[in-house]
Design a protein around this ligand. Sequence first.
Ligand code: SF4
Length: 379
Amino acid sequence: MVGLFSKPGVEDKLNILSEDGQYDLACACATSQSGHRKRGSDGKWIYPVTLPNGGQSILFKTLMSNVCSNDCKYCPLRANQDVRRCSLSIEETANTFLDYLNNGDVFGLFLSSGVIGTPDRTMEKLCGVAEVLRYQHKFKGYIHLKIIPGSSDAAVQRAVSLATAVSVNIEVPGAENLRKLSDSKDFENDIIRPMKLINQLNLEKRFGHSVKQTTQFIVGAAGESDKDIVRYTAALYDRLRLNRVYYSAYQKGLGERNLPGEQGGDILAGTGFVREHRLYQVDFLLRKYGFKAEDINYGADGLLTLEKDPKQIWADLHPEFFPVNVNAADKDGLLKVPGIGPGAAIKILKTRKDFGITDLRSVLGCGKLAEKALKYVVY
Ligand code: SF4
């Protein structure tokens, strides 16, 4: 318990900062609704995570500061809000991480921050921790650094030279949507420019390695459509070669009231997390199932249907594609079948090399997914 006028210690600060940093998901999360909000039992700053390359790890994750000079309307930490502010120093952050690391409690670090004065001043602190770990302590493991929107090219380059993964939060699809949420952030210059630079540095392998790049959408604050989010997501994967895109449902009451998205009904109706889940399903279809953005179907309002999964909707709308011959279809064809995922498709391809398949259940077992797929296949 921190006294009214006492200075908070490192653990008190971590409590405050990890609480405030919990919606910043752009390093690691599962696709289940609750999976990416998991916390370790030892402290809210220790996270079991799925990394952008698909591996699993346990990260020490914190904001370095919840001081912020920015004005994002969906964020409770924006300037002039009455929240308890605190910051960790470079030494406090590095030493605490090293304590956990040496104890075997964590394997990597995720660092983010509110904007302390200017983006570059903030990057100075984030990169400062990474430099202490890399150069003084020879730490070769996972470091994810948040790139603060509006950071200079030099600050982005420094972060890329130090990190394993970096992320700039895109927040919303396009400049028009961002203007509804912030008067100070410029979509092209503050967000897209650093993303492009990171991609360029990766292509050049400027620092002898490439970093994973991820980003995050806040879903439902700006009144944006899912169609726009999916269009941007596809472009981020195809043109800027992002490793992962994450989606975080805006939670009513966390930021300013009456944001554009709150008029739309999804937040008021409490369906924001289902919407987030549907976006993750579409994201999987784009990354793992060979779907294109134009294959995804929406309602007249540009939103995904909440009641049914997007792959099932595609199958219902394309009866001409079925039945699929499991002994002849290529991988993309198999992946269009409801109930067949990437693992099952590989199993089918391997099995049919040696034997003709006469019953899908002999390959996939008798579970629900195989039962679902049976309606759509022939042999
Ligand atoms: S930059 Fe925006 S989202 Fe990040 S802490 Fe500041 S106000 Fe919140």
